[in-house]
Design a protein around this ligand. Structure first.
Ligand code: SF4
Length: 151
């Protein structure tokens, strides 16, 4: 498996190429795609089945604030349980561009699997360890979404 530093370098390169392409699409064709590990492990809501509407917006995990990004920008929103689900959603016909938040390993898989669709990939932070209760910089996510949408 690629080392973390190499994975991060590949993600930076991908994001640079995506920005270089100057992609601008309608908000409704940009997908904000989240790994389910951003959801609080104490939360019983099934977001991978019910989507953003399954969240009670209690503010105890980043999903609430990320739904705020969706609401302010009008993009598509999807929470996935793993790489295979993510690839299937990214390849759907209603998606022209993607902002993805996940661990580096899944982001790399997604970047290759979704090619040539443009992806801005944002790594999560894992203060509690891998795969649960991860965090992300919501302002960075919103900025990435706004880079891709045509206003
Ligand atoms: S914001 Fe609250 S309800 Fe929504 S996923 Fe997080 S913990 Fe669950």
């Amino acid at each position: 498996m690629l080392g973390l530093m190499l994975q991060r370098a590949m993600i930076r390169l991908n994001n640079r190429v995506t920005r270089w392409r100057r992609v601008k699409v309608a908000p409704g064709r940009v997908l904000l795609l989240l790994a389910h590990c951003l959801q609080s492990s104490a939360c019983g809501r099934n977001l991978t089945r019910e989507g953003g509407d399954g969240c009670a917006r209690c503010g105890k995990c980043p999903v609430d604030a990320l739904l705020g990004v969706r609401d302010r920008t009008g993009v598509l929103f999807h929470v996935v349980g793993g790489g295979r689900q993510a690839l299937a959603r990214v390849r759907d016909d209603d998606v022209d561009a993607v902002v993805a938040v996940a661990c580096e390993r899944e982001l790399i898989q997604g970047i290759f699997g979704a090619f040539p669709k443009p992806i801005l990939a944002i790594g999560n932070t894992r203060a509690q360890g891998d795969c649960h209760d991860t965090l992300t910089d919501v302002a960075e996510v919103e900025a990435a979404v706004r880079e891709l949408i045509r206003t």
